[in-house]
Design a binder for this molecule. Structure first.
Ligand SMILES: [Zn+2]
Length: 73
């Protein structure tokens, strides 16, 4: 599930939002389970990105993931 706040979550984590936007996102997070899940997922991705060496090519994974999203026809 995504909504209008989903795309703000990564900026929220990066602290790129204005104070007013942060307050809006925080208020929304208290009401919206799917955004709380998304935020938690983003935090884990960011945490992992810091742990992994920079030279791991994540693009190699993409064809397999894309095939799974599209699914069998
Ligand atoms: Zn939401």
């Amino acid at each position: 599930m995504t909504d209008a706040f989903t795309e703000l979550l990564s900026e929220y984590l990066d602290e790129e939002l204005s104070p007013a936007e942060r307050a809006r996102v925080e208020r929304h997070l208290q009401a919206c389970v799917s955004c709380r899940d998304s935020l938690e997922g983003l935090r884990q991705v960011i945490g992992r990105a810091k742990v992994l060496p920079v030279d791991v090519p994540p693009n190699d994974l993409w064809p397999g993931i894309a095939a799974r999203i599209v699914g069998p026809r």
